[in-house]
Design a protein around this ligand. Structure first.
Ligand SMILES: Nc1ncnc2c1ncn2[C@@H]1O[C@H](COP(=O)(O)OP(=O)(O)OP(=O)(O)O)[C@@H](O)[C@H]1O
Length: 345
């Protein structure tokens, strides 16, 4: 467990980046710090491995005050992954991954074998081992960054906007990959992002920060989505979430997933239950808020041709083309089968 206990950070120029922040981060789960630029996310993250020293307060890792530990030793046992991967440009992929283990005096053969293994873990073809970072795509570079972060087999992995610089499709792949790796390795991950969708997708726990590292809300994605603590949080998680809220409707024997504007977001092919549900899409359940079933045909929203997808409803037994107001709903309509529907975590 990582514990922030009354942590403040004032930089020499007088900026109070973090003001009396306290929080416990459970082991083997992902906690996401999310907030707008300048809210103190990176400062908080870097205080865990003493890249930044707090002005006051304590940070404990498994009840041990990090201030009592040698910073270099501490950093070598905590994985750190940052935006733009931070790879050493004049070292190959393999050398980049093996650098810290070698610094930790792991025998070379062992470090190299482990680096190859990690390339596989993060989904990198071993043929890339001898390439230099500039010879990789942005997504591949980030995968190397994650492999490097995992190279010392740390209990803790700090990730600072690691997928911020790649395009949305690659970003989505990297997010899914991270969730897969986490299912296998169960690290204590602290993940910083300014993207609320990424926070809700990845976080077991999400901390929404306002300026000065103030906790606007901390909780599971479901808790935050279903009960935003303030106007600030409601605003931050998106004024358009209401429009993106999903409703299930019955039409011609099928269950349609309809968004708040009446557009059809997908089709469920099987029976579903009434009540708050999450719709599974990929490795983890999506947090879609409350979904209710409308059973009356009269309830059906815009099912005429004014809806861009509705034309195909009457004419084809297939699922209609899906417009995806929620970034993750593509899977719903891409098959004519029901995705996993279950209760929130
Ligand atoms: N070395 C520094 N000296 C002075 N002020 C700093 C320093 N580093 C950060 N700050 C300030 O501290 C505040 C918090 O910065 P921090 O980088 O932690 O925010 P952030 O939430 O990670 O922002 P971003 O999303 O833009 O990276 C900001 O006002 C920033 O300008």
């Amino acid at each position: 467990m990582i514990e922030f206990d009354g942590i403040s950070k004032r930089f020499p120029d007088g900026t109070l980046a973090v003001d009396n922040f306290s929080l416990r981060l459970p082991s083997r789960e992902i906690t996401v710090f999310v907030g707008s630029s300048g809210s103190g996310k990176t400062t908080l993250l870097r205080m865990i491995n003493r890249m930044v020293e707090p002005t006051s307060g304590r940070i404990l890792i498994d009840d041990e005050d990090v201030a009592s530990l040698n910073p270099v030793t501490l950093r070598r046992r905590i994985g750190y992954v940052m935006q733009n991967s931070g790879l050493l440009p004049h070292r190959t992929v393999l050398q980049n991954i093996a650098t810290v283990p070698l610094l930790n005096r792991v025998p070379k053969a062992e470090a190299v074998a482990r680096a190859h293994e990690l390339m596989e873990t993060v989904g990198l073809d071993s043929a890339l081992a001898k390439r230099y970072p500039a010879e990789l795509s942005g997504g591949q570079q980030q995968r190397v960054g994650v492999a490097r972060g995992l190279a010392v087999n740390p209990n803790i992995l700090l990730m600072d906007e690691p997928f911020g610089a790649v395009d949305p499709i690659v970003r989505r792949e990297l997010q899914e990959e991270l969730l897969r790796i986490q299912r296998e390795l169960a690290k204590t991950i602290v993940f910083v992002t300014h993207d609320i969708d990424e926070a809700f997708l990845l976080g077991d726990h999400v901390t929404i920060l306002s300026r000065g590292g103030h906790v606007a809300q901390h909780g599971s994605p479901d808790e935050i989505l279903s009960n935003p603590a303030s106007e600030f949080v409601a605003d931050f998680i998106g004024a358009d979430r209401g429009r993106r809220a999903l409703t299930l409707r019955q039409s011609e024997g099928r269950t349609l997933v309809v968004d708040g504007t009446g557009r059809i977001a997908g089709v469920l092919g099987a029976e579903t239950a009434t009540g708050p549900v999450s719709v599974g899409a990929g490795g983890r359940d999506e947090h879609l808020g409350e979904i209710t079933l409308g059973t009356e045909a009269a309830d059906l929203p815009d099912l005429d041709t004014s809806s861009p997808n509705s034309g195909e409803l009457g004419s084809s037994p297939e699922a209609p083309e899906v417009d995806t107001p929620s970034p993750n709903l593509g899977e719903l309509g891409s098959e004519n089968e029901a995705p996993g529907v279950d209760t929130p975590r």
